[in-house]
Design a binder for this molecule. Structure first.
Ligand SMILES: Nc1ncnc2c1ncn2[C@@H]1O[C@H](COP(=O)(O)OP(=O)(O)O)[C@@H](O)[C@H]1O
Ligand SMILES: [Mg+2]
Length: 250
C-alpha cells in the first residue's frame, strides 16, 4: 500500500488549474521522481500535500502502520512529512549549528538558543553536519553560506528532523535539491537520498536534471499543466515522445 496518495486532487489559483484532478501515489522505500515543464504544478503539488496551502477538491490519503488517514481536501496533512523548498528557507541570522539544534530540540527558536543541549543533540548535530560536509562551517551565519551550502544545510535540517523524534517522518519531499549544486555536492545529496530510501522512507524528488531523475527514481510522474501526462519506470517514461516534446516545448 502506498504511504501517501491522492485522488482527483485539484488546486486552482484564480482560474489557473495548477493541479488538476491528479491521482498519484508514493511508496515506502522508493524514490519517486516528479518532472514537468516550469509551471506544470510540481511545487503546488508539494505545497498541498504538505499542508502549506489547502487543496480545492479531491482527496489525500496517508497510510502508516497504525492507521489509514483520509484527509479532506481543505485540511492540510502535516504530520509524518518534511520537505525542502525550491527557495531555501533558513534562520538567516543564526549560525549553521543553531539551525540544526533548533530542529533537533523541537523547541522554540528562542528557548533552544538559551537552554543547554544534551549530549545526544550535540552528537546528532555533528553527525548530520558532517554528513553534508558543513561541520567546518558550523559557526558561520546561515546568511553567509554559498548557494550550494545553503541547500546542503536544508538537507541536514531534514536529517535532523528525522532524528528529533518530532513524529515519525516517513515521507520526504525534495523540491529541486540539485539546482545550482557542484558535482561533489550532488554526490552528497544523492547519497543521503539513497540512504533514506533504504531506511524505508518515501522520497519524492522534483528535479529538472533528467540524468539525475533517471539515475535516482524508481518511478516517475510527468506533469503538464497540472495534469498527469505519463507515469512509469524512468526508462519507459523518458523515451516517450510526448514526454520529450513537453520538455522541448518549454
Ligand atoms: N501562489 C500562487 N498564486 C498564483 N498562482 C500560482 C501560485 N503558485 C503557483 N501558481 C501558478 O500555478 C502554476 C503551477 O506553478 P508551480 O506549482 O510553481 O509549477 P512548477 O513547480 O512545476 O514550476 C503556474 O501557472 C503558477 O503561475
Ligand atoms: Mg517549482
Amino acid at each position: 500500500m502506498p504511504l501517501l496518495s491522492t485522488k482527483n486532487l485539484v488546486k486552482r489559483f484564480e482560474g489557473v488549474h495548477a493541479v488538476n484532478k491528479l491521482s498519484i501515489a508514493f511508496e515506502a522505500g522508493k524514490i519517486t521522481g516528479i518532472i514537468g515543464p516550469n509551471g506544470s504544478g510540481k511545487s503546488t503539488l508539494i505545497n498541498t500535500l504538505t499542508g502549506m496551502i489547502p487543496a480545492d477538491a479531491g482527496e489525500i490519503v496517508i497510510a502508516d502502520s497504525e492507521h489509514l488517514r483520509r484527509v479532506r481536501a481543505h485540511e492540510g496533512p502535516a504530520f509524518g512529512m518534511t520537505r525542502t523548498f525550491q527557495d531555501v528557507k533558513l534562520f538567516e541570522q543564526m549560525p549553521v549549528l543553531d539551525n540544526i539544534l533548533v530542529v533537533l530540540t523541537e523547541r522554540s527558536v528562542w528557548k533552544s538558543l538559551f537552554e543547554k543541549h544534551g549530549a545526544f543533540h550535540s552528537e546528532k548535530a555533528e553527525e548530520v553536519l558532517k554528513k553534508v560536509g558543513l561541520w567546518d562551517k558550523r559557526n558561520e551565519l546561515a546568511k553567509n553560506l554559498s548557494y550550494g551550502q545553503r541547500k546542503l544545510l536544508e538537507i541536514a535540517r531534514i536529517l535532523a528532523m528525522i532524528h528529533s523524534g518530532a513524529g515519525d517522518i516517513d515521507i520526504i519531499f525534495l523540491d529541486e535539491p540539485f539546482a545550482g549544486l557542484f558535482p561533489e555536492m550532488i554526490k552528497i545529496v544523492t547519497t543521503v537520498m539513497k540512504e533514506l530510501r533504504d531506511q524505508g522512507k518515501a522520497v519524492i524528488l522534483v528535479e529538472h536534471n533528467i540524468d539525475l531523475i533517471r539515475e535516482m527514481s524508481d518511478h516517475i510522474y510527468v506533469l503538464d499543466s497540472g495534469e498527469l501526462l505519463a507515469e512509469g519506470k524512468p526508462a519507459e517514461v523518458l523515451s516517450r515522445r510526448d514526454v520529450v516534446e513537453a520538455y522541448l516545448g518549454e
